[in-house]
Design a protein around this ligand. Sequence first.
Ligand code: MV4
Length: 671
Amino acid sequence: MFQKILIANRGEIACRVIRTAKRLGIATVAVYSEADARALHVDLADEAWPIGPPPARESYLAIDKILDVARRSGAEAIHPGYGFLSENADFADACAQAGVVFIGPPPGAIRAMGSKAESKAIMQRSGVPLVPGYHGEAQDFQTVSEAAARIGYPVLIKASAGGGGKGMRIVERPSDLETAIEGAKREARSSFGDDRVLVEKYLTRPRHIEIQVFADTRGNFAFLFERDCSIQRRYQKVVEEAPAPGMDPPRRRLMGEAAIAAARAVGYVGAGTVEFIAEGEVFYFMEMNTRLQVEHPVTEMITGQDLVEWQLRVASGEPLPLIQDQLGIRGHAIEVRVYAEDPARDFLPSIGTLVHLRQPREAAHVRVDTGVGQGHQITPYYDPMIAKLIVWGEDRPAAVRRLAGALSEYEVVGVQTNLGLLRAIVDNPAFEQARLDTGFIARHADELLPAITPRLPEADETAVWAAATLAVLAEQRAAKQGKAERSGDRWSPWDVADAWRLNGEGYQDLRFRRGEETLTVRTHPQAGGSFRLDLPAGSVQAEAAESEAGMFLRVDGISHRARVVRRRAELTVILAGRNHVLHQVDPLAPPRLEMAGEDKLIAPIPARVSRVLIEPGARVKKGVPLLVLEAMKMELTLSAPLDGTIETLRHRAGEMVEEGTELVTFAREER
Ligand code: MV4
């Protein structure tokens, strides 16, 4: 077994690998970019080496820098995690040339499975079922249309060089085929520089079921059963679970053996995942991932195995820790990916500081794999994952219940998150009844992604205002007590925060703003530390007690749990599983500057200007693309907010811009 390994990754997977290495007594070397200098994985590792500026291509993708650290630190092996260099055959080759063990499959297997056409040809030879279709070189319309007729409509046109759904076109009838092929070719050419297409039988409601396979250097193979990853959004997995609902043992064995056949065909070693789309009784090969998947923890939870330990043992030449017949399934596990994304901006990454972060309490059957903590930054350079939440239950309903409970414990302030979507999925009857397929989110979009946030029940609405008000009053009391203690006259009447007034009952008015709504709450201190609050819905009796677990609030006898987090004048009240943002209005503050109107083009998130599409002086119509921004391997096209003449372009291609930066100004006469 290794004495010291380097983890060529960051975030939750780096922390996760370090955790297993430590348990096995293996020393760990972390690498970090300037943006990650205070990241969690840097703290957890035995040693940490800087490898460059934040952009991944100058740090986590910089093969020479990583191998240089491996050499200088004496690391014998490198764990690539997932993403970054984990499926880069050239990196695996470079490790071998540097005499460092790459903890992953042989480069040849990576290359074979990296090519869509080659991987399908290998599957065909190995008897692994492929979707009925045509993948040939001849691309003339006659050939493709005859193939489509043979397959039977509906068919799916896909880019041969593509992946992740780019360029896919569903064709319901022959008359639509030619247009669809032209569209797919155009998109394939612009996305992949290769306009070849293939045509397949279209499965209308498929499930995404993948098999975890493992192979060692002694020719042993095993499959660690399946995961169902059907709930995806824009081809990104959102919920993963194991075992797949409704899977029966004979079919599981069939799929497992097909997956092992695929792995064996390429001389596989290490952890791999064979992805299938399945519908009814049939299942077809989609692709093979030659890395440890993000969702591997659900497999670990139902098999009781540590897959990173398996990787380390196999990479150091040991045999598989268990053989097939020693592996079994116990219970059910579900994982959700908690992301800093903004549902109001089509789930664009939400960049910022995790001012407040409270993750579910870890327990026997609740696991939180995270790479961040309170106060850490979600930056525009990397995947905006906050954590993976994984739960286990004796059966699926128990796991679903435990997941709902764990999700209710999440508290995040400082960035937007997808927690609302995750909670809606887990509460959705179709999910609870395991009616899953890859169209799940699209089909239930109205319930899962409501255009407007549904109003809270009256009692919760009142509780939100009461929580904010009592939090401010508690702050004032604490400040007065602090002042009294510092003044040396603890009992001075001037320092009692009881809203005492000459000739009348004491009261204090507090003003808040929520969106466009401004509200004054008159507060009347009562005996025993409670307050009467005059709210829009009427007066209520309210009291609160603060603890590490948050605020315990009682309003007219009804109790609520809440958390109030202050950021300058902004108060975020976390209550009933949602964040409610209020602003405390300081009556003495100057009037709020009007926000920039729609006649400006400002950067919605920190990003790099990747393309400028216009010149100063150009006249543009509203909606015309002006700039393309790039953040975390995603492109965002910004269009003209009005008809007008471009006055100035503030930033050139290649420059980094902060969120809120003004990018383009329009000539004054048209503002
Ligand atoms: C399909 C399909 C239905 N029929 N192929 C999406 C991206 C790529 N991984 C393959 N994908 C699909 N291929 C045929 N013949 C449906 C999908 C698909 C999908 C597959 C797996 C997971 C999520 C998906 C979401 C939409 C479409």
